[in-house]
Structure formats: structure tokens, C-alpha cells
Write a protein that binds this ligand. Structure first.
Ligand code: IDP
Ligand code: MG
Length: 159
């Protein structure tokens, strides 16, 4: 029983934003395919236009940076798709799959490493850690917008 509890505890939810370049370039499906193939479960998804107000919260650590204006311009240039992905240690798994911030330094095989070349246009946002993920999910979703279901391959994916 205790073991099952520990495994369940490692099942996390994390926030992903498919950024405007992903939509404008028509590569949202490729990104979603990678996350699904990894075994992560999509439990919430919606399309929206971001605005400066929400970006000042979401990127509060960057508000004073000289590039913040350009970041807002980019992030409001087209709609985004905001999603919650669930899985074992999902936050660190999705961060690894996204790759580092600067896509030229991101490893091949990562989303940014394979699909992007210049900041800020790096295709995907992924929550930095578990605590931040919880805050970011609450910023964009009500509890009723986050779904619970079983993937058909769940028993095979997990030990
Ligand atoms: P992260 O997205 O890898 O977590 P952060 O430092 O949190 O990186 O920055 C958020 C986003 O702001 C980046 O993904 C990128 O789009 C943009 N950004 C970060 N640093 C720069 C920069 O030096 N110039 C332009 N845009 C940047
Ligand atoms: Mg960040």
C-alpha cells in the first residue's frame, strides 16, 4: 500500500504552452505527438490569446529585462494552446523534452533543439518545477477544466 502511495505521489501535472510560433508554423501536432508518445497524458487543453497582463504574471521574473517588450509582442502575436500534461515526474520530463531556453544550444532530440533557432521564438513553454507548475496550472485552468481518465497503455508504461 505504501509503495502504491509513493508511485502515485510522483504522478504530477505540469503546464505547457504551445507558443504563437508553434501555431503559425503548423507544428503543434508534432509537439503534442512527442509528449503523447513519451507516455504523458493530456488532461487539459485550450486555445486563447494571451495579453500583457497575464504575461506580466506568467513571466514575472522577466518583467525588468530589456527584451520583455519583445517577448510580450511575440507571445501576443497569435493564439497559443495552453495544456496540462500528467505523468510520473511530468514537470522535469517535459522540461527535458523541451530543451534549454536558447534553441541553438538546445540538444538535438529536444523540441526546441529540433524545431527552433532563435529566442524568444522557442515553440514551447514548460513549467520550471513542481511548485511553479501548480501555480501556472491555477493561472490558466479551473479544476473543472482538468480531466481524469485512464490511457489504454498506462499499465504497460508504468512499472
Ligand atoms: P524558459 O522558457 O526556458 O523557462 P525563461 O528564462 O523562463 O526560459 O524565459 C521565458 C521565455 O522568455 C523564453 O522561453 C524565451 O521565449 C524568452 N526569453 C528568455 N530569455 C530571453 C532573451 O535573452 N532574449 C529574448 N527572449 C528571451
Ligand atoms: Mg521559465
Amino acid at each position: 500500500m505504501q509503495f502504491i502511495f509513493l508511485v502515485k505521489k510522483m504522478i504530477e501535472q505540469t503546464l505547457v504552452i504551445l507558443k504563437p510560433d508553434a501555431l503559425v508554423r503548423g507544428i503543434t501536432g508534432k509537439v503534442i505527438d512527442r509528449l503523447e508518445s513519451k507516455g504523458l497524458k493530456l488532461v487539459a487543453s485550450k486555445m486563447m490569446m494571451l495579453n500583457e497582463e497575464v504575461l506580466k504574471q506568467h513571466y514575472s521574473h522577466l518583467v525588468d529585462k530589456p527584451f520583455f517588450g519583445g517577448l510580450v509582442e511575440y507571445m501576443t502575436s497569435a493564439p497559443v494552446i495552453v495544456q496540462v500534461w500528467e505523468g510520473k515526474e511530468a514537470t522535469s520530463v517535459v522540461r527535458l523534452m523541451a530543451g534549454v531556453t536558447n534553441p541553438r544550444q538546445a540538444q538535438p532530440g529536444t523540441i526546441r533543439g529540433d524545431f527552433a533557432i532563435d529566442i524568444p521564438k522557442n515553440v514551447i513553454h514548460a513549467s520550471e518545477n513542481y511548485e511553479i507548475a501548480k501555480q501556472e496550472i491555477a493561472r490558466f485552468f479551473n479544476d473543472s477544466e482538468i480531466y481524469s481518465y485512464k490511457r489504454i497503455d498506462e499499465d504497460m508504461l508504468y512499472e
